[in-house]
Write a new protein. Sequence first.
Length: 69
Amino acid sequence: MKALNQLFWSSRPVSWINTAFPFGATYLFITHHLDLTFWVGTLFFLIPYNLLMYGINDVFDYESDLRNP
Protein backbone atom coordinates (compact mmCIF):
# COMPACT_ATOMS: atom_id res chain seq x y z
CA MET A 1 0.00 0.00 0.00
CA LYS A 2 2.90 2.34 0.76
CA ALA A 3 4.26 1.84 -2.77
CA LEU A 4 0.90 2.80 -4.29
CA ASN A 5 0.81 5.92 -2.13
CA GLN A 6 4.31 6.90 -3.26
CA LEU A 7 3.43 6.19 -6.88
CA PHE A 8 0.31 8.33 -6.60
CA TRP A 9 2.15 11.34 -5.15
CA SER A 10 5.10 11.01 -7.52
CA SER A 11 2.64 11.30 -10.41
CA ARG A 12 1.90 14.90 -9.30
CA PRO A 13 -1.91 14.67 -9.13
CA VAL A 14 -2.22 18.48 -8.95
CA SER A 15 -0.89 18.60 -12.53
CA TRP A 16 -3.24 15.96 -13.92
CA ILE A 17 -5.64 18.61 -15.17
CA ASN A 18 -2.85 19.99 -17.39
CA THR A 19 -3.04 16.88 -19.58
CA ALA A 20 -6.69 15.83 -19.24
CA PHE A 21 -8.30 19.22 -19.81
CA PRO A 22 -6.66 19.99 -23.18
CA PHE A 23 -7.69 16.59 -24.52
CA GLY A 24 -11.23 16.79 -23.16
CA ALA A 25 -11.81 20.39 -24.22
CA THR A 26 -10.46 19.84 -27.73
CA TYR A 27 -12.44 16.64 -28.22
CA LEU A 28 -15.63 18.27 -27.00
CA PHE A 29 -15.04 21.37 -29.15
CA ILE A 30 -14.56 19.25 -32.28
CA THR A 31 -17.23 16.57 -31.77
CA HIS A 32 -19.82 18.49 -29.70
CA HIS A 33 -20.74 15.40 -27.71
CA LEU A 34 -19.60 13.26 -24.81
CA ASP A 35 -19.11 9.71 -25.98
CA LEU A 36 -17.03 6.74 -24.89
CA THR A 37 -13.92 8.08 -26.61
CA PHE A 38 -14.19 11.33 -24.64
CA TRP A 39 -14.44 9.54 -21.29
CA VAL A 40 -11.77 6.94 -22.00
CA GLY A 41 -9.39 9.55 -23.40
CA THR A 42 -9.93 11.95 -20.52
CA LEU A 43 -9.43 9.19 -17.95
CA PHE A 44 -6.31 8.04 -19.80
CA PHE A 45 -4.82 11.53 -19.68
CA LEU A 46 -5.81 11.89 -16.02
CA ILE A 47 -4.20 8.80 -14.53
CA PRO A 48 -2.08 6.35 -16.56
CA TYR A 49 -0.51 9.00 -18.78
CA ASN A 50 0.61 11.08 -15.80
CA LEU A 51 1.80 8.05 -13.86
CA LEU A 52 4.00 7.11 -16.79
CA MET A 53 5.14 10.61 -17.73
CA TYR A 54 6.04 11.88 -14.27
CA GLY A 55 7.11 8.49 -12.93
CA ILE A 56 9.58 7.88 -15.74
CA ASN A 57 10.76 11.49 -15.54
CA ASP A 58 11.41 11.20 -11.81
CA VAL A 59 13.36 7.97 -12.22
CA PHE A 60 15.68 9.38 -14.86
CA ASP A 61 15.84 12.92 -13.44
CA TYR A 62 16.32 12.00 -9.78
CA GLU A 63 19.91 13.23 -9.47
CA SER A 64 19.16 16.45 -11.35
CA ASP A 65 16.10 17.11 -9.20
CA LEU A 66 18.20 16.75 -6.05
CA ARG A 67 20.64 19.39 -7.32
CA ASN A 68 17.90 21.75 -8.57
CA PRO A 69 14.85 21.60 -6.30
